[in-house]
Write a protein that binds this ligand. Sequence first.
Ligand code: COI
Length: 358
Amino acid sequence: MKYNFEINLTQNPKPKPDPDTLKFGKTFTDHMFVMEYTADKGWHDGKIVPYGPITLEPSSSVLHYAQTAFEGMKAYRTADGRHLLFRPYMNAARVNKTNDRMCMPEMDEELFVEAVKALVEVDKDWIPTKSGTSLYIRPFMFANETFIGVAPAEIFKFIIICSPVGPYYDTPGGGLLAASIYVEEELVRAVVGGTGFAKVGGNYAGSMKAQKRAKQHGCEQVLWLDAIEHSYVEEIGTSNAFFMIGDEVITAPLLGTILPGVTRASVIELLQKWGIKISERRLRIEDVVQASKDGSLKEIFATGTAAVISPVGKLQYRGAQITIGDGGIGALTQKLYDTLYGLQTGSVPDDMGWTMEF
Ligand code: COI
């Protein structure tokens, strides 16, 4: 251990939630990790304290100009009682890419991972074990300078909180359910040169109107198209998107508008290992429509930390319904979910070296 953190345990532990009724992101564990940054001291004073409110001055810069970033990770308890994180160094590396774009201070990857490990170790009894559940970890940092001029701050706060979660999408029994997706042709999520590749709250704030529209059209999520031609498929909701056409699986390339998802990277590596053709290339929505007409559109699925793998059953495009395959869960989608979730929870042997015991 390169870093040592002070630990101040709660005197009032909370009751654990019922695993059968766990929702995503509504319950929080007993502790949180907090750390400060100042230009002269760098990141310092990392400690674990009881989970609770924080105070901010109304002039705190993050409340005005959103200089902030977050990550999403999960911890699992295996059937034989081990505790696992999934590829935490990928999140640590992404933090620094996000922070560079947002003019926020770099963080040693080791410091990030050790902070996550120290907190989940303290709150490990909160890791639920029921199928489809996990401990969601939310590291985030924000500018906390008492200044309302527009300039990069020099004072930041880093916090990690944890939430025992059920499935991201509320499905009966917590299993996979093929979602309906609304193809959004007017509102856009990201442009090249913007912040689409970074994990920043503003991307999500700007997405909510389209999410609302999708719901008004009877769909669960939105399929984003590129911002210039409104033609190339990009992401689905808060997740990366994959399309299986014929024998090829296609996902949008990382050209600045796509979040470099840890699950996305893992799916690409698994498909390569299985000898399935996977292309990171641009794909027009019209080609997806054409493929559905000629019968070559086999599967669509979304990937992300929160939902792992989410099948898509239908697309709604210009008022028409496009059914993907038989409208249910594709065979490859199911295999990817079973493999990834199995690796994450330790029921599938980790021959990829992706899990980290803590
Ligand atoms: C994820 O799937 O990791 C996400 O980022 C979704 C989150 C915003 C809830």
